[in-house]
Write a protein that binds this ligand. Structure first.
Ligand SMILES: [Fe+2]
Length: 251
């Protein structure tokens, strides 16, 4: 369940000020894909969206009113968003609560891909939090997806119980979930052309530090990252994005 949606207006961490549309930092937040970026979203203030009751914590954003962006978005209970199209594609992972649109209800753990050409009117009766990536589809990637990751068949990756679930693959860009058991062994993640990690549950550690739920880490170029977890964790991992073209933002 959403922890505190009903008390959101009392939440001192929520920034109820007007979105700083003219702020250069808002137009370009971690916009250089050649640089490592780390944002722990839970340390960031909630910023109102144009729609009342829908708030966001941006981690990556490039562009103005229409932007390529990676954010955590919160729908307060009963909130709705206007019908909108996804000309650059929309990728969603439901973190808490139940996200809804005309096609159905998507409980926590659901992975969605809404490709260019799709549209919907999202809402959440009881409130939800979602991880969202906008305008980050490769040209030609037109697959719709709705995967209940809590009901899917995961692949065993080793003796310690590390599991993997493939979510999507197109043109060299690969999206998967990795589930690390508590007190896991080191799990090696080789990557080419960039890797993006979002910690969905639990906490992971690598050579640079510890990252709890809600942390987003982007590694540029190619390499290998060893991660492990003391408490158990589920992480979203995307590789291969850096060298692939995005659908162009409108000028
Ligand atoms: Fe959408």
């Amino acid at each position: 369940m959403l922890r505190d949606g009903l008390n959101l207006l009392k939440d001192k961490s929520v920034n109820h000020k007007k979105i700083p549309l003219m702020d250069e930092a808002y137009f370009n937040l971690n916009g250089n894909l050649d640089e490592k970026a780390v944002v722990c979203s839970r340390d960031q203030p909630w910023i109102p969206s144009p729609r009342r009751g829908v708030l966001r914590r941006p981690m990556y954003r490039l562009g103005g009113e229409v932007a390529r962006a990676t954010s955590v978005v919160r729908y307060e209970p009963g909130s709705v968003f206007d019908n909108h199209k996804h000309p650059g594609g929309e990728e969603i992972f439901v973190l808490e609560g139940v996200f809804q649109d005309e096609q159905g209800d998507y409980p926590a753990g659901t992975y969605l891909r809404n490709p260019p050409g799709s549209s919907h009117s999202p809402r959440s009766l009881d409130g939800c939090e979602i991880f969202v990536k906008l305008w980050q589809f490769c040209p030609g990637d037109s697959q719709s997806k709705s995967i209940r990751t809590d009901q899917a068949a995961w692949t065993d990756m080793g003796a310690d119980g590390t599991m993997m679930l493939p979510l999507h693959s197109y043109g060299g860009v690969i999206v998967q979930l990795i589930r690390l058991p508590a007190v896991s062994q080191k799990f090696s993640l080789p990557f080419e052309n960039g890797m993006e990690i979002f910690v969905i549950r639990g906490r992971i550690e690598d050579c640079s530090g510890q990252y709890g739920a809600g942390c987003w880490i982007r590694h540029p170029r190619s390499g290998r990252l060893d991660i492990h977890s003391s408490d158990g964790a589920i992480v979203y991992v995307e590789t291969g994005r850096q060298e692939k073209p995005f659908i162009a933002l409108p000028r």
